[in-house]
Design a binder for this molecule. Structure first.
Ligand code: EPU
Length: 310
């Protein structure tokens, strides 16, 4: 059986990915899938395994750089209703409330819907863009906390097509990292605490305002490019290396926050990658720190230093 046989309802070819990413650069996906149910996802991952095709899941594209040549892979987007539904548990009893969300749900909207109800936990994610699945996969967060702090369990489909529910320990949460390589996140349950709605909303607004003041949110970027090295800030090191405003083609280091790269209209993934390579080299020369990438890279482009360090 061919890879796509019988999957016409959920598969298309050569989908341009630039329109799906915040950088707005990059080429097409060989296959683009929009499964309707977990059974569709199981079928897809089994076929990818049988046909030796890479399988990648696209969230909101907020933390993603796609090669100009595109990706020779199956790219899945979980935007069907099954994957975007949010369910609130019983809010009348006890202080703790369980809330579940599909992996394709927009985390920013979901987090705000919990904050509005006076549920504490996800307000720390204010201003962090992504789907629930994407946020979990990389354990997104900021100086106020990360998503792992509230996760109760995560449902995933493994490369053999089977659905599992994982505890946080099984997910392997670490700083901007999980052990979920190869697994497709389908949804998660969060353990939130009931609090005074006005207080939770005020905290959310304060975190949101810190982010808008310190980061260039209105430009085409993918958030922080590098992870923070232990005990330091990548943005501070890049800034101290004098790289704010450094430019490569249509890509430049933000003057507002140095861990952000902005892509102008007409910029390419190669421009962004070349700038990433330069930042890593200069920060390493100056401070002896080899910055590790936070942004996910799809396709063949890699900064040369990243290959050496891998
Ligand atoms: N700093 C500079 N120059 C800069 C940027 C920062 O000197 O250009 C200094 C700041 O003055 C501050 C320190 O570096 O003293 C830390 O900066 P900031 O508070 O902005 O936090 P960060 O460590 O750079 C982290 C997350 C962000 C998150 C913020 C706020 C990482 C890699 N970054 O940034 O997450 O929004 O805290 O919670 O963990 C992201 O992951 O995409 C992201 C943007």
């Amino acid at each position: 059986m061919g890879f796509s046989s019988g999957l016409d309802a959920i598969l298309s070819e050569a989908e341009p990915l630039a329109r799906h990413t915040w950088f707005k650069v990059g080429g097409p996906a060989r296959w683009f899938a929009r499964p309707r149910t977990p059974a569709d996802v199981s079928e897809l991952v089994r076929r990818c395994r049988d046909h030796r095709l890479d399988h990648l899941v696209l969230g909101l594209g907020a933390n993603l750089l796609v090669d100009d040549e595109g990706v020779d892979a199956v790219v899945t987007r979980l935007d069907a209703p099954h994957f975007t539904t949010v369910m609130f548990g019983d809010e009348r009893s006890g202080d703790e409330v369980l809330v579940s969300a599909g992996a394709g749900a927009d985390m920013a909207k979901f987090a705000w819907s919990t904050v509005k109800r006076g549920l504490r936990g996800l307000e720390v994610l204010a201003g962090i863009p992504g789907t629930v699945g994407g946020i979990i996969r990389m354990n997104a967060g900021g100086r106020f906390g990360c998503v792992a702090d509230t996760v109760r369990d995560v449902s995933v489909i493994m490369p053999d097509g089977r659905l599992h529910t994982l505890t946080p320990a099984q997910v392997g949460f670490a700083y901007r990292h999980t052990g979920l390589t190869g697994a497709v996140v389908c949804g998660a349950t969060f353990r939130l605490r009931r609090d005074d709605p006005a207080r939770v909303q005020a905290d959310y607004r304060e975190i949101w305002s810190y982010k808008t003041q310190s980061q260039p949110l209105k430009y085409h970027s993918a958030g922080c490019v590098f992870k923070n090295p232990a005990g330091d800030s990548a943005g501070r090191l890049i800034d101290r290396a004098g790289l704010k405003g450094a430019r490569q083609g249509g890509a430049y280091v933000s003057d507002h926050h140095a861990n952000f790269i902005i892509a102008d209209d007409g910029a390419s993934a190669a421009d962004v990658m070349a700038l990433i390579g330069r930042i890593r080299r200069e920060v390493h020369e100056r401070f002896g720190t080899l910055l590790e990438m936070e942004v996910q890279v799809w396709g063949r482009c890699r900064p040369p230093e990243a290959e050496q360090a891998a």
